[in-house]
Design a protein around this ligand. Structure first.
Ligand code: BGC
Length: 442
């Protein structure tokens, strides 16, 4: 047991982020932001969205598409014009059929077929008659030249559909709608999900300056008060999952080297739901290989066999005998451990999850120090995603880290959930562009 304690203590040292390191990461993040904004070749792309803040008065019925991964949603959203919104109709559907009837995410699928599939779902919720603005949340890195033009730089999150990278996804969706005779549905804006999250919160809370996703993927955007391209306020999609200013541990390096795109999305691989379970698996495998934890099973050697939901279940276990940890470990093929071994598994899971929160908070601290060095204004950070919403202790750790970094001034910062922000935000984005004309004119 002595050796297990020593091994866990060593891991604590490797994975913990000290107060000094937090400040250092925040400064490096700020430097990378400045470099990205001036067109440098750093790890932050700082993609302009051409969308500013909403007034809260945008109103009418708007179609929203929320395409963030293999599950897509189309919504008919009613914006009340008083900072409130309501979903009138919705369809949620996978791009990959469980029974294998279709898969629009594979390299064998084509872009036009993918967008025709989505246009078909839109046709099911558009009311008869009237013109409907459309906002499209597309949560992949895109280069934008205007609010409604977005060229996909590269797929992330394991999607491989052919003929979309390098193409304008807004145009592809509009063309698919027109082919189906739906030209009264008019694409106004293509946005990232972080932008949608920011917009949804900002619709009723003008202090919102950062939007973020802490879910399967990770990314943040912020409101640049005077963007050099337009000399007006503009939301900037930082693609912060690609930030490379954090020292990797040997476990991060192993995960990165074995991933689809080694070297890419380095922060995302340390903090997002897609990877936390895998990091825990790599660490526990190293402990079983060294004989610190008894395991008679091969299951732990299968990459991505530990879902991040299991990490949530482990962190939520407060029972003295760690029964829930034992249930999860049995699913991984390790049974009959001593309580101290279950405790080690819980400690490792907590370290990996809390490191994620520390790192994300440090990047937000970098943004806040850039846009408001003395922290004299109120700032709301709007967040969506399962890690933030469901991982025990995660949201508290984000808030505590802000306290640690800003002391008393952290009172100016509110971090809050922006539920369904990416879908409703697409509708708000479309409405901000469409303003001037009343939505749904006939
Ligand atoms: C994508 C981002 C997106 C994030 C959260 C990342 O993999 O590159 O564009 O905002 O996931 O969905």
């Amino acid at each position: 047991m002595e050796r297990l304690y020593t091994a866990v203590a060593r891991l604590e040292k490797e994975l913990a982020i000290s107060a000094i390191l937090l400040q250092d990461i925040a400064s490096r993040f700020q430097e990378a932001m400045n470099e990205g904004l001036t067109g440098g070749s750093g790890s932050l792309r700082m993609l302009p969205s051409f969308i500013g803040s909403p007034t809260g008065q945008e109103q009418g019925q708007v179609i929203a598409v929320d395409f963030g991964g293999t599950n897509v949603r189309v919504l008919l959203v009613e914006l009340a014009g008083t900072g409130r919104s309501r979903i009138v109709a919705r369809r949620a559907f996978p791009l990959k059929d469980k029974l294998g009837h279709y898969d629009y995410t594979a390299v064998s699928a084509s872009g036009p077929a993918l967008f025709d599939f989505i246009a078909g779902k839109i046709s099911e919720i558009v009311p008869a008659g009237g013109i409907y603005p459309l906002g499209h949340t597309f949560s992949f890195p895109c280069r934008q030249q205007g609010g409604d033009q977005a060229v996909l730089i590269s797929w992330t999150k394991e999607i491989k559909t052919a003929g979309v990278e390098g193409r304008d996804v807004g145009q592809m969706l509009q063309a698919a709608l027109e082919n189906r005779g739906l030209d009264r549905v008019r694409l106004q804006a293509v946005i990232n999900d972080t932008t949608g999250t920011l917009l949804t919160a900002a619709y009723s809370d003008p202090a919102t300056t950062i939007g973020a996703i802490c879910g399967t993927g990770h990314n943040s955007c912020y409101l640049e008060s005077c963007h050099p391209l337009t000399n007006r306020p503009m939301i900037v999609n930082m693609e912060s999952g690609n930030f490379d200013g954090v020292q990797q541990t040997k476990y991060d390096i192993l995960l990165d080297q074995a991933s689809e795109k080694p070297g890419a999305q380095r922060l995302e691989k340390m903090v997002s739901g897609q990877y936390l379970g895998e990091l825990v698996r790599i660490i526990i495998s190293s402990l079983t290989a060294a004989g610190h934890i008894a395991s008679g099973s091969e299951s732990l050697s299968v990459p991505y066999s530990l879902p991040t939901e299991d990490i949530s279940a482990i962190l939520g276990d407060t029972s003295p005998g760690l029964e829930a940890v034992a249930v999860v470990a049995a699913r991984w093929g390790i049974t009959q451990l001593k309580v101290c071994e279950y405790k080690a598994i819980q400690t490792i899971s907590r370290l990996v999850a809390m490191r994620s929160a520390w790192l994300v908070a440090a990047t937000w601290a970098g943004v806040l120090t850039k846009i408001d060095p003395g922290l004299v204004r109120q700032h709301t950070i709007a967040v969506d995603g399962a890690l933030y919403e469901k991982m025990p202790g995660y949201s508290e750790q984000l808030a505590n880290t802000m306290m640690e970094m800003f002391g008393d001034k952290a009172k100016q910062i509110t971090i809050r959930l922006s539920k369904d922000g990416s879908g409703i935000g697409a509708a708000i984005a479309a409405a901000t562009v469409y303003k001037g004309k009343y939505c749904n004119e006939r």
